[in-house]
Ligand binder design. Structure first.
Ligand SMILES: Cc1cc2nc3c(=O)[nH]c(=O)nc-3n(C[C@H](O)[C@H](O)[C@H](O)COP(=O)(O)O)c2cc1C
Length: 157
């Protein structure tokens, strides 16, 4: 499959998980590109004020994984604006994960995944696999990363 991993990552946590996922998918024989959504004012909370500086195309991919941190219990504005601006995702296999500092998915992570799923649904697809990675405790983090990578990679058959 031709797979795109499209992320927003400010301090590298989400990026490090995306890199593990990329390596796993490459080892399964897929073509994989990891690309970043960027904005010049990327911690701006008001989506109306976001100025995107990189908006990766999704056109060439059979499968796309979107990933981002949780910001204020929500999807970062840069990722919201990027997803709003996408063309149709119809016919594409889509997955998503988020990373967060708080220790439980119910503290904003699940909610952020729901926002991501709604945005993907508004473009004609849905999240077929998801993960929330709670970052603070190393042992828990490691287990959640392994579980998320395995779940999403399993979709790629
Ligand atoms: C502006 C801002 C808001 C954040 N809000 C939350 C939050 O509401 N809940 C949470 O668990 N973590 C929050 N965090 C922590 C990040 O979600 C967490 O550190 C994440 O793993 C960072 O990902 P990154 O390294 O890919 O940027 C926030 C961080 C920043 C910078």
């Amino acid at each position: 499959m031709n797979i795109g991993i499209i992320i927003f990552s400010k301090t590298g946590n989400t990026l490090s998980v995306a890199e593990k996922l990329r390596d796993t998918l490459l080892s399964k024989g897929h073509q994989v590109l990891l690309d970043k959504v960027t904005a010049s004012n990327d911690i701006e909370m008001d989506p109306g004020k976001i100025m995107l500086t990189n908006s990766p195309s999704t056109q060439d991919y059979d499968m796309i994984i979107f990933a981002a941190p949780v910001y204020g219990g929500r999807l970062p504005s840069a990722m919201q604006v990027y997803l709003h601006g996408l063309h149709s995702l119809e016919g594409k296999l889509v997955a998503g994960f988020v990373t967060q500092a708080f220790p439980f998915p119910s503290w904003g992570g699940n909610q952020t995944i729901r926002v991501l799923d709604n945005l993907v649904r508004s473009k004609g697809s849905k999240l077929s696999a998801t993960g929330v990675i709670n970052w603070t405790f190393p042992r828990k983090r490691k287990a959640l990363i392994a579980e998320t990578v395995e779940k999403i990679a399993a979709l790629s058959a």
